[in-house]
Design a protein around this ligand. Structure first.
Ligand code: SAM
Length: 249
C-alpha cells in the first residue's frame, strides 16, 4: 500500500518510522511519502493560509498550494502504477473513523492524506478532487485538535495493522474490539503471568484448560464490558448476534 501525507509539519509524521508502521515500511509492505506543503508555495514567506471570506477569526488554507501538491503527488503515484487513490481528509466535521472504515481502507492500494491546520482547507480543494477519486472526510473523535497530523497517525496505524503480514499472528485482530467475529462488541479483560500479583489472582476458568468454558467466560465479559461502556454497540447488533446463553446474562 502507498501512503502520501501532505502537511506543513512533516516532522510531526516521524512516528511513522517506528513500531508496527515503521517495521511495515522497512519490510516494504507500506510505501510512505511525507511531503511539505510549503514546497508548493511561490512567495518569500511560503504562505499557505489567508483570511476567511465572510470574515471571522482564524485563517484558511489556500487552494493553490494544495492543488499543486495533490496534482504532483497524483502524477507521481500514477507513474509508479499505484492504482486508484482515495483521499483521506481529517476534519472534526467528518464521519467518525471506525474499525469498519479502517478495514475498507486497508483494502485500498493507495491513500492520500491532507491534514490541515488553522480553520481547515478552502472547501474547493475537496470538491475539486472529489470529482477524481473517492474522498473520505473523517473525524477521529468529538473534539478539536490543532491539526490533522495526529489523526493521520491514528488512521494509518489502524489501517496498517490490518494489512496482510503486518501483524506477526494474522489471527490476532480477529478477536479485537469491533471485529466482525466479535459482532462489533468490545473485548473483555486479558491476563498474563504471574498468576498472583499483589494479592490479585486471575479468574480460575482461564487456568481450567476447558476451551468451551473459556470461550463462554470471554463472551460474558464482552457483553458485560460493552453494556457498561458502549451500550450503543449492543443496540446496533442484529438480534441473531446473541445466543440463548447471551440472553441469560
Ligand atoms: N474549524 C474547524 C472545525 O471546527 O471544524 C477545526 C479546524 S482544526 C483547528 C484544524 C485541523 O485539525 C482540521 O482541519 C483537521 O485537519 C484537524 N482536526 C482537528 N480535529 C480533528 C478531529 N477530531 N478529527 C480529525 N481531524 C481533526
Amino acid at each position: 500500500m502507498r501512503l502520501d501525507v501532505v502537511t506543513i509539519f512533516p516532522e510531526y509524521l516521524e512516528p511513522l518510522n517506528v513500531s508496527l508502521v515503521g517495521k511495515a515500511r522497512a519490510r516494504g509492505q507500506l510505501d510512505v511519502h511525507v511531503h511539505d506543503l510549503r514546497t508548493w508555495t511561490h512567495d518569500r514567506h511560503h504562505t499557505v493560509d489567508d483570511t476567511p471570506y465572510g470574515g471571522g477569526p482564524g485563517m484558511v488554507m489556500k487552494t493553490e498550494p494544495w492543488g499543486e501538491a495533490l496534482d504532483t503527488v497524483l502524477a507521481d503515484g500514477y507513474e509508479a502504477g499505484h492504482g486508484r487513490p482515495a483521499l483521506i481528509v481529517p476534519t472534526p466535521s467528518g464521519r467518525p473513523f471506525t474499525q469498519d472504515l479502517a478495514v475498507r481502507l486497508s483494502e485500498q492500494p493507495w491513500l492520500i492524506f491532507t491534514p490541515a491546520r488553522y480553520e481547515g482547507i478552502d472547501r474547493r480543494v475537496v470538491d475539486e478532487y472529489a470529482t477524481r477519486m473517492p474522498v473520505h472526510e473523517v473525524s477521529i473523535g468529538d473534539y478539536v485538535l490543532a491539526g490533522g497530523e495526529a489523526a493521520v497517525l491514528v488512521v494509518t496505524e489502524a489501517v496498517a495493522r490490518l494489512l496482510p503480514g503486518v501483524l506477526g499472528n494474522a489471527e490476532s485482530h480477529r478477536d479485537d474490539s469491533f471485529a466482525p467475529a466479535m459482532a462489533g462488541l468490545l473485548e473483555g479483560p486479558v491476563y498474563t503471568k504471574p498468576p498472583l500479583w499483589r494479592g490479585r489472582d486471575i479468574p480460575d476458568v482461564l487456568l481450567s484448560g476447558h476451551h468451551g468454558k473459556i470461550a463462554r467466560w470471554r463472551r460474558d465479559e464482552t457483553l458485560r464490558r460493552t453494556t457498561a461502556h458502549r451500550p450503543d454497540l449492543i443496540e446496533r447488533c442484529a438480534p441473531d448476534a446473541f445466543d440463548k446463553k447471551d440472553r441469560e446474562m
